[in-house]
Design a binder for this molecule. Structure first.
Ligand code: GLN
Length: 246
């Protein structure tokens, strides 16, 4: 039986607005097609993971305080993470995790939280706690050269600058910064985004894109994923898109 090995980083610390739903929907869409999903959590104090041994690494969002707690722990894996990204392991990073893969995150108190510095972007929050990008968001992205709308929910004080390869253009909501035209970061096997929602629950096409990428890479094949019945998911998407376009 074909399988995917997923590393779930800091599940006890990084989990906002249903981020865990991403793991659940990955498992669901794999198992519905007869694939096995092995999901291994890692958090502070656990045996260090060998990032290259996984097909997919996932990390969710967190408040400033949580980010400062885990940043030092994460940084010890910088080399191993870099190698895994270079090898093609897929990384899906939401909000707080997105920020921590950049140069730094300057939080609302002005504290500098060091990033992994794997990518060039950096994030700074306004000193005013109330200045946050909050609400539903829709972006247009291209997956395998096909345009697709990605729906989510954003809630971040951090404003991310210097993203050269965004995930998509903003149709509704804020994006990397207040009133931005761009959202997230997308480079080959890395998707980093502010979209909670949970992201993958609202976006089956994106989920399947990630699943196919990971299976193709692992088994060196061009796998055709068996279609699933997404009637309810698509109805829900239609309603949300209708609501947000008014
Ligand atoms: N603490 C970060 C910010 O406010 C990330 C928040 C999040 O993960 N939702 O920007």
């Amino acid at each position: 039986m074909k399988e995917l090995k997923i590393l779930y980083l800091y599940p006890d610390i990084l989990e906002l607005y249903g981020d865990f739903g991403n793991i659940q929907v990955l498992r669901y869409r794999l198992e519905q097609r007869g694939f096995h999903a092995i999901i291994e959590p890692y958090s502070i104090g656990d045996t260090p993971p060998d990032f290259k041994n996984y097909d997919l690494v996932f990390a969710g969002g967190g408040a400033d305080q949580e980010q400062s707690i885990l940043a030092q722990d994460l940084i010890q894996y910088k080399t191993s993470i870099k190698e895994a990204i270079h090898d093609g392991v897929f990384f899906l990073l939401i909000c707080g995790a997105y920020q921590l893969f950049g140069k730094y995150y300057k939080d609302v108190e002005g504290n500098m939280i060091p990033g992994l510095e794997i990518f060039d972007y950096y994030t700074e929050a306004f000193p005013d706690r109330k200045k946050r990008c909050i609400g539903n968001i829709v972006i247009e992205s291209k997956l395998n050269n096909k345009k697709t709308k990605i729906i989510g929910f954003e809630n971040h004080g951090g404003q991310t600058y210097h993203v050269t390869t965004p995930l998509g253009t903003v149709l509704f909501g804020n994006g990397n910064k207040f009133d931005d035209t761009q959202e997230g970061f997308f480079m080959d096997n890395v998707i980093a985004t502010y979209l909670h929602g949970p992201l993958l629950v609202k976006n089956p096409e994106l989920t399947d894109y990630i699943i196919k990428y990971c299976l193709d890479r692992k088994y060196n094949e061009d796998i055709t994923l068996q279609p699933l019945d997404d009637t309810f998911e698509n109805k829900c998407r239609e309603q949300l898109l209708l609501k947000f376009s008014n």
